[in-house]
Design a binder for this molecule. Structure first.
Ligand SMILES: [Ca+2]
Ligand SMILES: [Ca+2]
Ligand SMILES: [Ca+2]
Length: 578
């Protein structure tokens, strides 16, 4: 058995308690604001909070008496959620560091008397949570969604697969899953229709025209007058798949806003009703992303769209609409934190495409992590243009070896991250709404203090640091463009294309249509493109491809109606697997 560090504490190497302190602040704010808004005692509030946690409720309730009493006393004697987390020992001041608080500090607060008991309860609760996490691959994936931790040997295979960003459960090893949507299953890539046969998976060429079995899992198989239906309607239809090799922006990272507005909860409300799906997907929503989105508004607490009349839009759904033969042929190989080096060294190997499969339209889109990191001396950790060039070229060379002939690779630039501070700095963060006492600028500074900020370069009060980050991002964007120009004719199996990542254009468009700029950015983290931005991005990329490179999108299949009837699978509807 491997080491078993606790679940919530210091999962990420950081100062002053780091992610453990951050988690404590969030959970304590939930209990505090929920109780106050509903005019109940904090100990009752804690217990009611536990009742909202679904499968985790029993563990939470077990400690509700001790923890509830602690909250009650701590707030009664004037603690803020920040000072309370210091009392609990979840936050501390590391040598040479400062005290970190999200909310305004109060004078003269002291810790409750019984801190020893609460620390004991907390540490027992964490052990129980660890056990819960190891009750199976799905629990494991859920836990992995909010912290990294130790594991036992029997989970090693699952850990290894999740580490490579491929389906945790994949019996035949063809890199497509069937049994779970989360844990890198069919929310992330087309569903494997037979998981005991590695020659059957989405995107591969049909076997004997798919007369007898649907080998490419697109719902088309069988014969018409002794001729294969797949041959008649798909063979020369220009069918293709779509994939993203990307970061959290490509995977569609999104923490549900309702989690962070506890003052709006009631005793009946279930803010965490979709939490298992969110956590088993690493807090990503690939099934709603601008590249591989395919599901409708199926999750009450999930991402919402501010685009009038449109909930999901994606390159994939448009490709299926164009040619039903493309159904199920998508791969979201994006992961939180990915940048040019980790893409080339690791993530890219999980792209389940083989040279004889159908051609693929691949977006290589790393929009921020080469300039974003948790460090205060952030410049030193940014990718240089030389290194960015080298690693991106390495990725492309790997793709040349695996992509089928006739594919296309679109390399995008980086996002205009300077917009984050410009748009959000003075707005209240959702957790600061109740008392109007904490803005995004406060939130950014708090995360920086704990060294858990995803991007100290852009999420900073320091203007010159923000400017430097923007300058580097623009350099890397220019580097991507030059690289594509230099190597446009080097690859036999794909056409190489460069496109800007049009976050700025999407936001402008949204504002022009009557929306507000802040709606284009995730409200909870103040960092990622929001679902609204995803919806707009699909259209912008599609229109640009249609205008300049229409041939990479394939042609319209005249038999779509007949094929759709055969497939019986509705895109963008809440049917089946949710
Ligand atoms: Ca499989
Ligand atoms: Ca298979
Ligand atoms: Ca088929």
């Amino acid at each position: 058995m491997k080491a078993l560090p606790v679940l919530l504490a210091s999962a990420i190497a950081s100062k002053n308690g780091g992610s453990g302190c951050y988690t404590c602040m969030i959970i304590s704010t939930m209990v505090e604001q929920y109780s106050r808004a509903n005019n109940i005692r904090y100990d009752d509030g804690f217990s009611q909070f536990c009742a909202k946690l679904g499968r985790l409720e029993p563990i939470c309730q077990q400690y509700a008496t001790d923890l509830g009493a602690f909250y009650q006393e701590a707030f009664e004697i004037g603690n803020t959620v920040d000072s309370l987390c210091y009392c609990m020992g979840e936050c501390y001041v590391s040598e040479g560091h400062r005290y970190c608080s999200f909310f305004p500090e109060k004078e003269n607060s002291s810790c409750p008397e019984n801190t020893k008991q609460v620390k004991q309860a907390l540490s027992e609760m964490k052990e129980e949570l660890n056990l819960f996490c190891m009750e199976g691959p799905e629990n494991f994936a859920i836990c992995k969604g909010f912290a990294s931790f130790g594991f036992e040997d029997w989970l090693e295979e699952v850990v290894d697969r999740l580490d490579r960003h491929v389906p945790a459960i994949d019996d035949d090893g063809d890199l497509f899953g069937l049994r779970t949507g989360g844990a890198r299953g069919f929310w992330w890539r087309g569903k494997d229709c037979i998981d005991q046969d590695e020659t059957i998976y989405p995107g591969q060429p049909p076997i004997r025209g798919d007369r007898f079995v649907d080998a490419n899992c697109n719902g088309i198989a069988g014969m018409e007058n002794d001729v294969s239906i797949e041959d008649i309607y798909c063979a020369d239809s220009g069918a293709l798949g779509v994939a993203v090799l990307g970061d959290s922006a490509g995977a569609h990272f999104s923490i549900p806003e309702v989690w962070f507005t506890p003052h709006l909860w009631t005793e009946e409300s279930m803010p965490f009703k979709d939490a298992e799906i969110a956590l088993a997907n690493e807090l990503d929503w690939p099934q709603l992303s601008w590249i591989t989105g395919f599901k409708g508004n199926c999750w009450e607490t999930g991402p919402k769209s501010w685009v009038e009349g449109k909930y999901v839009d994606s390159i994939y759904s448009r490709l299926v609409e164009r040619n039903r033969c493309n159904l199920n042929d998508f791969i979201n190989q994006a992961n939180n934190g990915c940048k040019s080096s980790s893409m080339a060294d690791k993530t890219i190997f999980g792209l389940g495409r083989k040279p004889l499969d159908k051609p693929m339209l691949v977006f290589l889109s790393l929009v921020g992590n080469d300039v974003c990191n948790t460090k205060i001396n952030t410049e030193e950790y940014m990718t240089t243009p030389e290194r960015f060039y080298e690693k991106t070229l390495e990725s492309l060379q790997y793709l040349e070896g695996i992509l089928p002939k006739g594919s296309a690779v679109v390399v995008t630039g980086l996002a205009q991250g300077e917009l984050l501070f410009e748009i959000l700095a003075d707005r209240f963060h959702p957790l600061g709404e109740l008392d109007q006492d904490a803005t995004y600028e406060d939130f950014y500074n708090y995360m920086e203090c704990l060294e858990v900020s995803p991007c100290t370069g852009w999420m900073s009060s320091d203007e010159s640091r923000r400017d430097f980050t923007t300058e580097r991002a623009q350099n890397l964007t220019a580097t991507a463009e030059i690289l594509v120009k230099n190597h446009r004719n080097d690859f036999d199996n794909f056409e190489l294309i460069y496109m800007d990542y049009p976050l700025d254009v999407a936001l402008e468009l949204h504002e022009k249509n009557g929306g507000e700029l802040w709606q284009g950015i995730e409200t909870t983290d103040g960092f990622h493109p929001s679902h609204t931005a995803h919806v707009l991005m699909a259209e912008l990329f599609w229109d640009r491809l249609m205008r300049d490179y229409p041939h990479v999108l394939g042609s319209i299949n005249p038999h779509n109606e007949f094929l759709a009837e055969m497939q019986k699978e509705e895109l963008l509807e809440c049917t089946g697997d949710e």
